[in-house]
Write a protein that binds this ligand. Structure first.
Ligand SMILES: [Zn+2]
Ligand SMILES: [Zn+2]
Length: 173
């Protein structure tokens, strides 16, 4: 390894790698400096002290090595200065998704069932399927599922219509 003295810019070849980052004394000017790998000029190839801002030989200005931007991971919440004995507050747990989803899917199922039974009530046994569709629709609505309203309405219409038809039939009969 070749090193360059930052004081007198004396090049010292064949320095063992073990001296890297160690404080050594320049053999020429006897000043102490931290042994660093030299910076080689991109223009003339001359070895320069690691902290040199321009080439000693040709004056080529080195681009100042920007401190490598440390990739910021997910912003870590600032450490809460917790007094000894006080545990950090537990991270807020997300709402249990399984239970919510289950009740929601049950509401959808009830809404669909109410709709199907409401349709059936038009075809047969309206006094059985009609109220059933109404009840299921109400349950689905109670579960904040809007699809239940269709079954509810169909059930009501089916029940009312069939009742009217039966009344008309009785009156005619
Ligand atoms: Zn020196
Ligand atoms: Zn140069």
């Amino acid at each position: 390894m070749k090193i360059v003295c930052p004081h007198c810019r004396q090049e010292t070849p064949n320095v063992p790698e073990e001296y890297l980052n160690m404080e050594i004394e320049c053999p020429a000017c006897h000043k102490a400096f931290v042994c660093e790998k030299p910076k080689f000029c991109s223009e003339c190839g001359a070895a320069n002290p690691a902290k040199a801002s321009s080439c000693v030989q040709c004056g080529n200005a080195f681009t100042v090595p920007q401190p490598t931007p440390i990739p910021q991971p997910t912003p870590i919440p600032p450490p809460i200065p917790s007094a000894p004995g006080f545990a950090n507050p537990p991270a807020p747990l997300p709402p249990p998704p399984a239970a919510a989803q289950q009740s929601d899917s049950l509401g959808i199922l009830l809404g669909k069932l109410s709709l199907v039974i409401g349709i059936i009530s038009f075809v047969c046994l309206p006094w059985i399927y009609g109220p059933a569709a109404v009840i299921l629709g109400l349950i689905a609505l109670h579960r904040k599922n809007e699809s239940g309203i269709t079954g509810l309405i169909l059930g009501i219409i089916g029940t009312v219509l069939s009742t009217i038809l039966v009344i008309i039939g009785i009156c005619r009969g």
